[in-house]
Design a protein around this ligand. Structure first.
Ligand code: BT5
Length: 268
């Protein structure tokens, strides 16, 4: 059977967005779509440009970790943005993307949860990771690259053994083959709506509501993992600016920003 591919020609007639995903760089294989996106962005690629690859040979997670991206099995892609916002506000975009992916997965009848700041999970296992990277001056953003990795049609034996206990796919969870093209279009269309609303009114209420109502960690005991420490805390709220409010055992509170810590549910 010929594998279904995600070249622009394959999905352009199904896509109803105006600019999100209207300029597409498609690869059969690449090291990392985020690395490519950063190169293209620094050469002037416009907002909404999408880089998609059928596989990544050096897919990246945060802090130098790697992201497994087998051929034709997932959505491995990056979106270039040029928001006219302060660099500190770029973390909000990660929450908007998480809400959008959750919504699009939900439309498939799959009930995922959002694990702040950058994971979509199901049954305590990771379905999707988001990697937000930015190039900025003190007060202005040159570009933001949103990397999205979604495990779509991986079978259990296609997930490396060392991450099998923490990773899953839409196919494994739903027991159905998932149409990657439809999922891709849904994400690009929903993202354009949420992102435009955010830029126009600085409003991310809808996204925050989705992140709060479908959180895998709010109200739960979590571990806040920093460079030199690992502390137990309770996840209290996601604030209007996308930070996580936690309360430690001694009653002290802290607002976490996605870059400075990892938060892992005790199950993770
Ligand atoms: C992330 O990092 O979750 C962000 C992943 C972003 C991947 C996309 S794919 C397109 C774009 N191009 C790139 O090069 N990257 C982006 P983090 O929270 O640090 O999680 C990384 C950890 O997840 C690894 O250390 C593994 O334990 C685990 N992992 C690796 N591959 C996985 C997979 N396919 N599914 C689930 N977990 C995985």
């Amino acid at each position: 059977m010929k594998e279904e591919t995600l070249d622009y020609e394959d999905f352009k007639s199904d896509l109803s967005s105006k600019y999100m995903g209207r300029s597409v760089y498609y690869f059969d294989s690449i090291d990392s779509t985020n690395t490519k996106a950063k190169k293209l962005a620094s050469k002037g690629a416009k907002e909404g440009t999408v880089i998609i690859s059928e596989e990544q040979t050096a897919g990246r997670g945060r802090l130098g970790s790697s992201w497994i991206s087998p051929k034709h099995k997932g959505l491995w892609m990056s979106i270039i943005l040029r928001p006219n916002i302060a660099p500190v506000d770029a973390v909000k975009i990660t929450q908007i993307v998480a809400a959008v992916i959750h919504k699009s997965i939900n439309c498939l009848g799959i009930k995922s949860l959002i694990k702040w700041p950058n994971d979509i999970v199901l049954n305590d296992k990771k379905l999707c990771g988001i990697l937000t990277e930015m190039n900025a001056e003190l007060n202005t953003i040159n570009y933001v690259v949103i990397g999205i990795g979604i495990n779509v049609n991986l079978n259990e034996d296609e997930i490396p053994k060392d991450i099998r206990s923490i990773a899953t796919s839409l196919k494994i969870e739903s027991k159905n083959y998932i149409d990657r093209k439809a999922l891709l279009c849904s994400i690009l269309e929903n993202f354009e709506i949420f992102y435009d609303e955010f830029l126009e009114n600085f409003n991310m209420e809808t996204a925050l509501k989705i992140c709060r109502e479908n959180s895998a960690i709010l109200g739960k005991e979590i571990q806040v993992i920093k460079k030199d420490s690992c502390l137990c805390a309770k996840a209290i709220d996601i604030t209007n600016d996308g930070r996580l409010l936690v309360e430690y055992k001694d009653g002290s509170k802290e607002y976490l920003i996605s870059e400075e810590v990892s938060v892992r549910g005790l199950m993770g």
